[in-house]
Design a protein around this ligand. Structure first.
Ligand SMILES: [Cu+2]
Length: 147
């Protein structure tokens, strides 16, 4: 019986990619699935004015695990920062420093050294092991001004 239930949960996870299923076989798991994952840029604050020079970005996540790039386990991903750029939600995030940055070693903080003076839109987005944004999207956007 235990084996049957365990296998059922394993198949369910594989089948749905780790999200969305609210079967009540396991109350704890149903609760977890009901909470949407999210990411927040906790530093700098949205609207902050920062001095030119290195700027430290700090990300906090809920509802998913931050792991190294290459890990395709359901419910995991790694951080990215997109500076004044766009995101194609269906494609791998490009690797072009200056616009798209990958935190492929599971970092939750990242310093951008060379932000130009002026206003910048910075998007934090969590993507899977092959750098495709997780679905549903887990992202946060701030605007900062470098002086
Ligand atoms: Cu990546």
């Amino acid at each position: 019986m235990r084996v049957t239930v365990g296998l059922g949960i394993a198949l369910m996870v594989l089948g749905c990619g780790g999200g969305g299923d609210t079967q009540e076989a396991d109350a704890g798991m149903a609760e977890e699935a009901a909470m949407p994952a999210r990411v927040t840029i906790t530093q700098p604050a949205d609207g902050a004015v920062v001095d030119a020079g290195p700027v430290l970005f700090v990300m906090e996540t809920e509802g998913l695990e931050i792991v190294e790039a290459g890990n395709m386990n359901p419910g995991t991903g790694h951080h990215h920062l997109v500076v004044d750029g766009d995101i194609d939600w269906a494609l791998p995030i490009p690797n072009d420093p200056g616009v798209h940055y990958h935190m492929g070693l599971a970092q939750t903080e990242f310093t951008i050294e060379d932000l130009t003076p002026g206003e910048h839109r910075v998007i934090s987005v969590v993507a899977d092991g092959v750098h495709i944004p997780v679905d549903p999207p887990v992202a946060d956007t701030i605007t900062i001004t470098v002086r």
